[in-house]
Design a protein. Structure first.
Length: 262
């Protein structure tokens, strides 16, 4: 599904490239040059990529309100928690932290769904729509106001409804789930474009937050199993600070294994 382009020059600064997994989270995996190693599944090759790379983004799949409103709120809360864990100030995922982690995981998974499937425009029965110029439409969206055209509303405006809906359902379905802070004793973690059904939230090359797992330090073999899970759940790409530092239980051809030993 294509995306709706803005006016030339994007005068109202609407976000076009929308990160599915946040830039700040990607940056924690970057090397001294500010890059991560990313494996593109379509071409079976490894590239170096900055967190600004469009591969990490959907193109205007959700509206500006979802991007800079609810999405930013969830991200900001999670980034503060991640920083607190890395600084050693937060040592357990308690009730308050659980909500922060689950809202973030739900947002990540929902954004991935928007990128993969898009949101169809929908007709508003009994509403004729607004006579608005392109400029007026963009001003309204920048101000977090929805609009319709000839009784049809752009699908991206439904995103905020879906975000809240999926988030609330996720909370209800996982009321009794506990999360643990999991560290890699040896090796580093791989980040998929989304963990899909596996409730794992990457924080840094050596740290994850994982559901139904107590605070623990994983052996090299356990890190390899986690990384294999990340690869299996990936659809477009996966990345790490340095893929050669990430053990994996390989069941793929030696040709692919050699890509990570360079």
């Amino acid at each position: 599904m294509g995306f709706e382009a803005t006016q030339k020059g994007n005068p109202h600064k609407l976000t076009i490239n929308q990160h599915v997994f946040p830039r700040k989270s990607i940056d924690r995996f970057s090397d001294e040059s500010g890059l991560v190693q990313l494996f593109r599944m379509d071409g079976a090759k490894v590239i170096s990529a900055a967190s600004t790379n469009s591969l990490f983004c959907a193109k205007r799949a959700w509206d500006q309100s979802t991007e800079s409103g609810i999405g930013k709120h969830i991200e900001d809360r999670f980034q503060a928690l991640a920083q607190s864990i890395l600084a050693g100030s937060t040592k357990v995922i308690g009730c308050l932290e659980k909500t922060v982690v689950e809202d973030f995981f739900s947002l990540w998974r929902t954004r991935q769904k928007f990128r993969a499937e898009g949101l169809e425009d929908f007709k508003l029965e009994g509403i004729r729509g607004d006579s608005l110029t392109k400029d007026q439409q963009e001003i309204l969206e920048r101000q977090h106001v929805m609009f319709s055209r000839d009784g049809v509303m752009p699908g991206r405006f439904a995103a905020r409804i879906h975000v809240f809906g999926y988030m609330n359902t996720f909370r209800q379905d996982n009321q009794h789930i506990q999360w643990g802070i999991v560290r890699a004793g040896e090796g580093e973690f791989i980040v998929p474009d989304c963990f899909q059904d596996m409730m794992i939230v990457p924080v840094s090359p050596k740290l994850l937050i994982m559901a139904e797992e107590p605070n623990s330090t994983l052996t090299r073999s356990e890190v390899a199993i986690t990384n294999q899970t990340a690869i299996e759940r990936s659809t477009v790409y996966y990345f790490a600070r340095k893929l050669a530092s990430c053990p994996v239980l390989w069941d793929s051809p030696p040709r692919l294994q050699r890509l990570f030993s360079k």
